[in-house]
Design a binder for this molecule. Structure first.
Ligand SMILES: Nc1ncnc2c1ncn2[C@@H]1O[C@H](COP(=O)(O)OP(=O)(O)O)[C@@H](O)[C@H]1O
Ligand code: SF4
Ligand SMILES: [Mg+2]
Length: 333
């Protein structure tokens, strides 16, 4: 059963209502989160990585909605649950958040309050799911801080977040995500806000926790270097679609999709500001409300087939399989 999936996203589509009309932010997204494995989700800013994470947790902005597809928790088991069928505010969905799926943010302060001590926030999260009483919860909070590599956790438990460095705060964010003992973790650019040294330490910590606890980790990043260091499998996203899905070795040694190849060529430039140009490829990610016809990548694609790629989109990668969404691969097959 090494290969079973804890959470399977299937052909998920998300739309937002905006002043200018309806924007499709996700289109037929499929992915699998497996125990003990890291799925790296990579793509430039605006490609739908965070929307995917927020859709799974049912915390989309109010103007957003899931319009197609399924999010299956424990697929193929007697307890299989389609999260898209749950009310986001329901007790069942609250139970999923935290106790099954933990979330780590780019900016730990979005999960932490300035007004409460680290310990009180952890104790609240621990007691929300399985209340062991205050004394035990405090002890557990200290253990969580120790697991997250925080020195002197017995003292730090009484600190306020503003008294901690950015790196320590992100460690507290990780401890908080683990407070409900989830078997799935989603980390949305968890190191983007940190300096390079701290970034490496946090990634090492995440990898160790994920392996020790056999967690299914979905790691969102725009950095192919982070993918190389961390991922077992990779989903490359472009304009709301998974354009390539494959084991990490294949992505680096035999990339299938022209966009993946472009990302690999531009590695030094990937720590870029939103919508900054890729170094070796023209143009920027179009706004979702200006989605190109046909293959969404065709205006930037060095391998575009005129009269074909701009007419209709290539088929999505079949769910559960490795592959890419590109006419050139369809033709080669
Ligand atoms: N609340 C919203 N209203 C309208 N559009 C949104 C909203 N949130 C996200 N989007 C759209 O979804 C697209 C994908 O966003 P996001 O998932 O945050 O990208 P990424 O995390 O890959 O940088 C954005 O380009 C944006 O247009
Ligand atoms: S379908 Fe055409 S435009 Fe899209 S990635 Fe493949 S070759 Fe490029
Ligand atoms: Mg994002």
């Amino acid at each position: 059963m090494a290969d079973h999936s804890l959470l399977s996203v299937r052909e998920l589509a998300v739309e937002f209502r905006a002043d200018t009309g309806t924007v499709r932010a996700l289109d037929s997204v499929s992915l699998d989160l497996r125990p003990g494995r890291v799925l790296g989700v990579v793509g430039e800013s605006g490609c739908g990585k965070s929307v995917t994470a927020r859709a799974i947790l049912r915390i989309l902005d109010r103007n957003g909605a899931i319009v197609a597809g399924k999010i299956l928790l424990d697929p193929g088991t007697p307890t299989e649950t389609d999260l898209t069928a749950l009310n986001p505010e329901s007790q069942a969905m609250r139970g999923v958040r935290g106790a099954r799926v933990g979330l780590i943010f780019q900016e730990p302060m979005s999960a932490l309050s300035m007004q409460y001590t680290v310990g009180n926030q952890l104790i609240e999260a621990i007691r929300a799911h399985n209340d062991p009483g205050k004394t035990v919860a405090r002890q557990r909070a200290i253990e969580l801080l120790r697991d997250a590599g925080i020195p002197r956790p017995e003292t730090r438990v009484d600190a306020y977040p503003f008294q901690l460095s950015g790196g320590l705060r992100q460690r507290v964010g990780i401890a908080l995500a683990l407070a409900g003992d989830p078997d799935i973790l989603i980390a949305d650019e968890p190191t983007t806000a940190l300096d390079v040294t701290t970034q490496a330490q946090i990634l090492t910590l995440l990898r160790r926790l994920q392996q020790d606890k056999h967690i299914a980790l979905m790691l969102i990043t725009h950095d192919m270097g982070v993918i190389a260091q961390m991922a077992d499998d990779v989903a490359v996203m472009y304009l709301g679609r998974v354009v390539e899905y494959a084991p990490v070795q294949e992505v680096f040694h035999a990339p299938r999709h022209p966009y993946t190849r472009a990302l690999l060529r531009s590695v030094p430039d990937l720590r870029a500001t939103p919508r900054q140009r890729l170094a070796t490829i023209g143009g920027a990610v179009p706004q979702p409300n200006a989605r190109p016809s046909g293959c969404p990548f065709h205006p930037r694609c060095p391998e575009v087939i005129p009269g074909r790629c701009d007419v209709s989109p290539p088929a999505p990668v079949p769910p559960g399989e490795a592959g890419a969404s590109c006419f050139r691969l369809e033709d080669a097959a």
